[in-house]
Write a protein that binds this ligand. Structure first.
Ligand code: SF4
Ligand code: SF4
Length: 120
């Protein structure tokens, strides 16, 4: 299962630089660069979204994270991904060992998969 770090601080699923969701979906069917991908599971932090996000929260992972050192990334969401041009994509699942989602201010969803690698 890939490890995942995320710098999108205002996402409701962001727990101190890690993603607390059970599953995330990365979108990028036509992507040829990182900036053309985006985490569809991103939701800006509001009270309503916080309640909605609870059904997709990896609570055991979050508790494990509290008792681990910062070097160990124990929150490991399932990553579904449509970026078929990415080297790490295998039948819409991500096979990268480490994934980094970072901010993209020009993208409507305000994030992108930095780990995207063009397989052409
Ligand atoms: S932007 Fe995506 S990867 Fe980052 S915390 Fe939110 S749901 Fe998780
Ligand atoms: S590394 Fe590639 S396959 Fe994995 S989530 Fe990012 S774009 Fe998708």
């Amino acid at each position: 299962m890939p490890t995942l770090g995320c710098s999108v601080q205002n996402c409701v699923n962001n727990e101190g630089g890690f993603c607390g969701a059970n599953t995330i979906i990365v979108d990028g069917e036509e992507a040829y660069t990182s900036s053309q991908t985006q985490c569809e599971t991103y939701r800006p932090e509001t009270l309503t979204n916080a309640f909605k996000a609870m059904v997709n929260t990896n609570f055991p992972g979050e508790i494990a994270q509290i008792f681990s050192s910062r070097e160990e990334i124990l929150i490991t969401p399932e990553v579904e991904c449509t970026a078929r041009n990415c080297f790490y994509n295998a039948n819409n699942r991500c096979e990268a060992r480490n994934i980094m989602i970072v901010e993209n201010r020009e993208n409507e969803m305000k994030n992108q998969c930095e780990t995207f690698l063009d397989n052409h």
